[in-house]
Design a protein. Structure first.
Length: 188
């Protein structure tokens, strides 16, 4: 059966430029071990992406398996950046499912393996996210990131505007409270 998004379009209608690839639900399922290793490497390197150390392989796998339901029902999309056959980076697009948000989506879990940073992979993933979102008529993108983190420097260079800062929003991977900066991008 062809996988479709929430508007009934084929989920593979958007084709990003390599080295970025949009995973089908079956590909995302098969990629869970690789995505889990990527998540673990990033968290162990200090990424503030929702986890506190130590992060077990089981917990990392459980996270991605939980996301598969959204990929299967067309409300979430996983795009990866590859180095050869290896997954070097990932980003997710999560469609707003509320009746009042058919134009909106959240960009989440952007991460690039520590060995592959500063080669432009995050920027390529963020460019591909714009194309994917537009292909789904989602023109308002939102995201948040740890205030002061390197990712906070990335998003304005990708056209995101800063909406504001929420103090003491989340614990970092070592258990200290950090502020978060909320960004948005209007693709119209
Ligand atoms: C943030 C992250 C995704 C950047 O990935 P990357 O592939 O290294 O980023 P790119 O090479 O595409 O860099 C794009 C731009 O981002 C900014 N940037 C990225 N890393 C930076 C750093 N360490 N210091 C300052 N600016 C940085 C720069 O503006 C850079 O452009 P430039 O290289 O032309 O100067 C990566 O460091 C990462 O995975 N961090 C951990 C996870 C995380 O925090 N994700 C964000 C969740 S909201």
């Amino acid at each position: 059966m062809t996988e479709t998004d929430r508007s009934g379009r084929p989920a593979d209608a958007f084709v990003p430029e390599p080295p970025v690839f949009l995973l089908s639900a079956a590909e995302a399922r098969a990629a869970v071990p690789d995505l889990s290793r990527l998540l673990k490497s990033c968290v162990e390197d200090g990424a503030g992406i929702g986890f506190i150390l130590p992060l077990s392989e089981e917990k990392a796998e459980a996270f991605w398996k939980d996301k598969l339901a959204g990929v299967e029902d067309g409300s979430a999309f996983v795009m990866v950046a590859k180095d050869g056959d290896n997954i070097a980076g990932v980003v997710m697009l999560m469609l707003a499912t509320q009746d009042n948000g058919p134009h909106r989506a959240e960009v989440a879990k952007l991460m690039v393996h520590p060995d592959h940073r500063r080669k432009g992979l995050a920027r390529k993933l963020m460019t591909a996210i714009d194309g994917l979102a537009l292909s789904l008529d989602r023109w308002l993108l939102v995201l948040d990131t740890v205030t002061g983190d390197r990712a906070e420097k990335l998003y304005p260079t990708c056209g995101y505007k800063k909406a504001g800062v929420i103090p003491d929003y989340a614990y970092d991977s070592h258990g200290t409270l950090d502020a978060t900066t909320v960004f948005y991008k209007d693709l119209r």
